[in-house]
Design a protein. Structure first.
Lengths: 323, 340
């Protein structure tokens, strides 16, 4: 069994970026200057994470306001509107309001990702960049559908634009895509939506060349919705074991080789985990999987930057025990 | 004991609490943090800012003003800085480019000294209105928006905070405050915790005789509305504009019968609502509740808006309210209500 450390979605933004973004929002600096300076900040993050043996992850999605924006700007007939709480966190997002048939306009993030990829290559950093996108159930959960009157129909069109976006990203050199879908196993999602989402994931699996990671987190009400994704797709599924420790036996029984991602440090609390405690979890998977990615249970924007680095270091210390 | 009665215009207008800081105050705070300005100068600037806010409220015609929470960077952080047992590791993002220093509970919590009594005393001194609103972040929200490294569970932490908040409200009562609003935006967050959270919040309100209100924004109101009669406050100030007033239906569904602070201004949108729009929204709520039970306020604190927009939104809120007041008086309602 091999182990690698990674992280998903947003990384906490440091004071430099906060002040830079504030200047950009006030039009005190141009978009070009904002991007250029953000590039340098992202590069610093990636370099620092490399020291902790993190060789794959995101760019911290600093230019994203939330899980939907700027991707939703790539879709026609979708606008960002009311501010809503992101699950049970003191963290908010603008919900997508669907006012017409969803279709793909252009890749909004490609320019940005291209810049980061080029910089990573230029600086010869060993780092695989993953792009971040919302998953099906998450999109259905938060979108305000004013057009379809049936979110399963809406998801069919969302599927098409997701395919186009992933293909656009592949063309610029991003082969790894993380689809965040904490809504999929949650109780607020009706079974009609979860079933449609699972079908579409399976269809995505058949249609894509890119490597897809489905990132789930927070408390699961229906772990069984994830079971078929683990069994029937080639995706790497990220499981939040911090908030769902009771599913451990069930998860173990599903595994017979393959790759799995485990969220084992709590990215919603500052309390630091002990490596030896985490090791007992990993030991259980030793004979069950070929490869494990160890990661924080969710994206790390819920904790301060310095705690995030400490948590990554804990994961890195754990993975070193398996070298 | 003789209790003095206070009168307010029917449909009293008020604010939720926060208001944009003047640009010069932000500059002074920045310079203070860099060590370029003495604390004395900063304190004077805070006082001057409160006077400026009060003037904005007065010009807009707000019946129950607040101090705009000018001294508070953030609603949880401010309390955590003044309660023993908290530690700060750095900012965390809330949305967009808005951050707050989310505190961590690392030791037994302890009431060190009064937290907002000085704020209240100054506000009352400079206010044009005898009734002012003092806002206090509730124990559940402080706990929910903090990291817990010390207490065995969240419930234990909330009860520890409830004791501290109770002591602070008693200090405010002693100092002459007439209206305290407990801010509990986190309350609808975790459905399974509401039952015990309500009991803990009531612990924080025990033995208080002055008017108590509660402000809750975001989240699903259907999780809270079954409990409103169990929470010992006379008024709930809720957001409606940000939800396009859809949640008015919930008031009917849950037979809501307490006083309502009716949110008519979307604080996350820079578009300024017109007085006619606001009047229209108020008419909607009056089809559900009697006018004596309705106060008019923005959805939430105005602090994230540019000051000019916040002021204009407040002015239009008052103008819209006045349109409906005229209609009520015409219909035979008294133009004043007793503040109770």
């Amino acid at each position: 069994m091999s182990i690698e450390t990674t992280f998903y979605g947003g990384f906490p933004r440091g004071k430099n970026f906060i002040s830079l973004y504030s200047k950009f929002l006030k039009n005190d600096i141009s978009r070009e200057e904002f991007y250029k300076k953000t590039e340098a900040i992202v590069l610093r993050l990636i370099r620092k994470l490399s020291k902790y043996d993190v060789k794959i992850g995101t760019d911290g999605i600093f230019i994203w306001d939330d899980i939907f924006a700027p991707f939703s700007k790539a879709l026609s007939s979708v606008e960002a509107n009311g501010l809503y709480r992101f699950f049970d966190n003191n963290f908010y997002l603008r919900i997508p309001v669907v006012k017409g048939k969803i279709s793909y306009e252009k890749c909004i993030t490609c320019d940005w990702y291209r810049r980061i990829i080029n910089r990573i290559k230029e600086k010869r950093i060993e780092y695989t960049l993953r792009a971040v996108l919302p998953g099906y159930a998450l999109f259905a959960f938060y979108s305000d559908d004013k057009y379809y009157n049936d979110k399963t129909r809406m998801l069919r069109d969302f599927h098409k634009v997701l395919l186009e976006e992933i293909e656009s990203l592949r063309r610029i050199g991003i082969e790894d895509i993380e689809l965040h879908d904490p809504a999929l196993p949650c109780k607020e999602i009706p079974s009609k939506i979860s079933e449609k989402s699972i079908d579409l994931y399976k269809s995505l699996d058949k249609q894509l060349i890119s490597k897809v990671w489905v990132i789930t987190y927070f408390r699961y009400s229906y772990f069984d919705r994830l079971e078929s994704l683990i069994k029937d797709t080639n995706f790497i599924i990220h499981i939040d074991l911090v908030e769902n420790s009771t599913i451990m036996d069930n998860l173990l029984s599903l595994m017979d080789g393959g790759t799995l991602s485990l969220g084992i440090v709590d990215a919603r609390n500052t309390k630091l985990e002990k490596v030896r405690q985490l090791k007992t979890i990993i030991e259980k998977f030793r004979e069950k999987v070929d490869k494990i990615y160890i990661a924080p249970n969710t994206f790390m924007e819920f904790i301060p930057e310095r705690i995030a680095y400490r948590k990554v270091r804990i994961l890195s210390n754990l993975s070193r025990k398996y070298r | 004991m003789f209790m003095q009665e206070y009168y307010l215009p029917i449909l009293p207008t008020t604010v939720i609490g926060s208001y944009p800081r003047p640009r010069w105050l932000r500059d002074i705070i920045r310079r203070y943090k860099k060590g370029q300005i003495k604390e004395k100068v900063l304190k004077e600037a805070y006082n001057d800012a409160v006077i400026a806010v009060i003037k904005d409220h007065e010009i807009a015609g707000i019946d129950i003003p607040s101090d705009g929470e000018q001294r508070r960077d953030e609603m949880v952080e401010y309390f955590a800085e003044r309660i023993g047992g908290f530690k700060f590791y750095g900012p965390v993002r809330v949305w967009g480019n808005a951050f707050f220093n989310k505190p961590a509970v690392v030791d037994k919590l302890e009431y060190r000294e009064s937290i907002v009594v000085n704020e209240f005393s100054f506000l009352q001194k400079v206010s044009y209105s005898k009734i002012v609103k003092v806002t206090i972040t509730g124990p559940y929200t402080i706990a929910d928006w903090s990291f817990n490294e010390y207490y065995s569970d969240k419930e234990e932490l909330v009860y520890a905070l409830a004791e501290i908040i109770n002591r602070e409200i008693k200090e405010l009562e002693k100092a002459g405050a007439k209206y305290v609003q407990i801010d509990e935006p986190a309350l609808p967050t975790h459905e399974e915790e509401v039952e015990w959270a309500v009991k803990a919040i009531n612990k924080a309100l025990e033995g208080i005789k002055i008017k108590l209100g509660m402000h809750i924004c975001y989240g699903k109101y259907e999780r809270i509305l079954p409990y409103v009669d169990k929470i010992n406050v006379s008024q709930f100030a809720l957001e409606f504009a940000n939800r396009q007033f859809k949640d008015l239906e919930l008031l009917i569904e849950y037979s809501y019968n307490k006083e309502l602070g009716f949110g008519v201004i979307d604080v996350h949108n820079r578009r300024i609502e017109s007085p006619l729009e606001i009047a229209e929204a108020i008419r909607k709520v009056l089809s559900i509740l009697p006018p004596e039970k309705v106060y008019i306020n923005p959805d939430c604190g105005l602090k994230l808006l540019p000051r000019e927009i916040a002021r204009k939104k407040m002015e239009n809120m008052v103008l819209g309210t006045k349109l409906v007041r005229k209609e009520l008086v015409k219909a035979g309602f008294d133009d004043m209500i007793v503040f109770k």
